[in-house]
Design a binder for this molecule. Structure first.
Ligand SMILES: *Cc1c(COP(=O)(O)O)cnc(C)c1O
Length: 404
């Protein structure tokens, strides 16, 4: 039975709602504003999270030309191995801890050696990753740590922003990841010399491009017009349902990326739009965290369902809730009823990295059973303030029936 057709669509991630007034002229700095909010060292604005990673890899490789391997969790955004490949380096996969988003510590040790350039622990879904493990292994083999905080702008480990425990950290400002300038990223490093090196590298490899800036500016206008419950039906819901009807879940969640990855600077107008929106970010993060806590409590009443939460001392952000169901059958049963229902229920990345056909020549065909298990049992619930209690209760009932 499918739910009735709805005239609005909930987003799969709780993005900060854009306002038309964000588009007016002004004079503030996006990167400086966020750095002040999060109390980080200076942040460098990039054209995407992926571009931030490309710049980080180029700078680190310049410092250690003999090292070519970059270690990442076997379940992460396909843009990560694509960036490593485009940087002329080799992706190496590390399986997850069973039923968890963190890399398995023993597996991590076994894949790192004197050929390792960097380890990329990932703050998946706004959750705070165990970066300490990666730092210890990196120190032993002489590698660096790049924290992938693409999905975790605003998350903290005790009082400190994520992204600062390792050598380099980056965040994403893409549509659907919280604060957005349609595509953008923020990059930083703890060491001032390394920050300087990252700035020089960007000036060299990520130049201003009028063509890209026009395209992204038009996309940002479209985002401002359509990121609301009625517009999302057209911009998100309809393409999603079309992709699912033709049996293409990778396209449905937007996992279908190609090379080359764009690398350019961000123009002044988009920086200003982002800076205006950023002023609403702290309140929005507090509101969505409070919402998530209530929703988490309700979901935890459902036997067999696990909602991923933060380790002690960490305070993540909540763009969506990431759930593990007892098995693939239960997950697929729930999605059969919820994925096309306009309720913001979806999946994170469809596959473990070795299972994307388009990555076959880029990532090693490695056995990563825990990452596969994670991909097959997980689903996401968008933590949007636009979702009302009745919608959330509908989702909970379906999950109850599917996990029984
Ligand atoms: C989205 C994402 C990226 C890339 O960020 P973009 O801004 O989309 O380029 C990297 N890592 C993870 C875990 C992501 O979710």
């Amino acid at each position: 039975m499918s739910p009735p057709i709805r005239h609005h669509e909930l987003p799969p991630t709780a993005g900060l709602p854009p306002r038309w007034s964000d588009l007016l002229p002004g004079r503030t700095s996006l990167a400086d504003g966020i750095a002040a909010q999060l109390r980080t060292p200076p942040l460098q604005l990039t054209c995407s999270g992926t571009a931030a990673l490309l710049i980080a890899l180029a700078a680190l490789h310049e410092r250690a030309p003999a090292r070519r391997r970059v270690v990442m969790p076997a379940y992460t955004c396909p843009l990560v191995p694509l960036a490593v490949h485009q940087a002329g380096l080799e992706p190496v996969l590390c399986d997850l801890r069973p039923g968890h988003y963190d890399m398995d510590p023993a597996a991590l040790r076994s894949v790192c050696d004197e050929r390792t350039l960097a380890i990329v622990p990932t703050h998946l879904a706004g959750r705070v990753a165990a970066v300490g493990e990666a730092i210890a292994v990196a120190a032993d083999v002489g590698a660096r740590v790049i924290e992938d905080a693409a999905q975790a702008l605003g998350a903290r480990q005790r009082e400190t922003s994520v992204g600062l425990a390792g050598d380099i950290g980056f965040f994403s400002l893409a549509a659907g990841k919280g604060l957005s300038i349609y595509e953008g990223g923020l990059l930083t490093a703890r060491d001032p010399d390394l920050r300087e090196h990252l700035l020089h590298t960007a000036a060299r490899i990520a130049r201003y491009s009028l063509r890209w800036e026009l395209r992204r500016s038009i996309e940002l206008l479209g985002y401002t017009a359509l990121y609301r419950p009625r517009g999302l039906r057209l911009a998100y819901g309809q393409p999603l349902r079309r992709a699912l009807r033709r049996g293409d879940p990778v396209a449905a969640v937007g996992d279908d990326f190609g090379l080359p990855l764009p690398l350019h600077a961000v123009g002044r107008w988009r920086r200003m739009v982002g800076a205006r929106a950023a002023r609403r970010l702290p309140a929005f993060l507090a509101d969505t965290a409070a919402l998530a806590r209530r929703r988490l409590a309700r979901l935890q009443e459902i036997p067999g369902i696990e909602v991923l939460d933060d380790p002690a001392g960490a305070t993540g952000v909540w763009p969506f809730l990431l759930l593990l169901l007892p098995d693939r059958r239960a997950r697929d049963d729930a999605l059969a009823q919820l994925w096309q229902a306009g309720l913001g229920v979806s999946r994170l990345f469809i596959h473990a990295l070795p299972d994307y056909t388009y990555l076959a020549d880029i990532v090693p065909a490695q056995a990563v059973p825990n990452a596969r298990d994670f991909a097959s049992r997980s689903l996401t619930i968008g933590n949007s303030p636009w979702m009302d209690e009745a919608d959330f209760e509908t989702i909970c009932r379906v999950l109850e029936a599917a996990s029984a």
